[in-house]
Design a protein. Structure first.
Length: 196
């Protein structure tokens, strides 16, 4: 509307560590607060009072918090191998290829990350001796990342640890995980990650 004044409203993002249970890993760098309430549910109640109901707000905030929790847990599990989850994913992807090598562009496409991120990831893996760069025989200008024997060993041991910890999702059963995958798949299709 012409001449209307819009008031900016600051909505704080509440990032509160959840208390660990026997099925959860401790979060790196955080201590449990043991809150007597769910801070995201409380934020959703406040949201409803100020702006009206929004299941989307509560769901998105929960997903973002779950992302923080899972990355912290996975990175804690991978730290002994000097890996982040992003570097682990790149190594796993290389083990999936028949030759143990992929063009950097293909790694970016499969992991759905920017080419600069792939370059940085491969740089770190190469410095650690887990991959080596090679010229692409099918494309003289292209470069392949090739997993080394040490890289295969590291990814094998790291995978065993992640599997034992249920990838940080051990509190869910297979049916719940399948349902969660299906629900989030709808979002990925809508975002254009792939078509069905």
């Amino acid at each position: 509307m012409r001449g209307s004044i819009t008031k900016a409203v600051a909505i704080p993002y509440i990032a509160v560590p959840l208390p660990p249970s026997s099925s959860q890993l401790p979060l790196s760098g955080s201590r449990p607060l043991n809150l007597p309430f769910d801070p995201i549910e409380r934020a959703a109640e406040t949201w409803r009072e100020k702006f009206g109901p929004s299941s989307a707000m509560a769901a998105v905030t929960s997903i973002m918090r779950a992302h923080q929790i899972l990355l912290a847990q996975l990175d804690t599990l991978l730290k002994p191998y000097d890996l982040t989850f992003a570097r682990y994913e790149a190594l796993v992807l290389l083990t999936f290829s028949r030759a143990g090598a992929l063009p950097l562009s293909k790694i970016g496409e499969r992991l759905m990350v920017h080419p600069t991120s792939v370059t940085n990831t491969v740089d770190r893996l190469e410095r650690a001796g887990l991959v080596k760069r090679m010229r692409n025989p099918k494309d003289g200008r292209g470069v392949l990342a090739h997993i080394t024997d040490e890289g295969r060993d590291v990814v094998s041991r790291a995978t065993a640890d992640l599997m034992e910890a249920g990838f940080g999702m051990g509190m869910y059963g297979d049916a719940d995980l399948g349902e969660m995958f299906d629900l989030l798949k709808t979002l990925r299709v809508a975002a254009g990650d792939f078509s069905v």
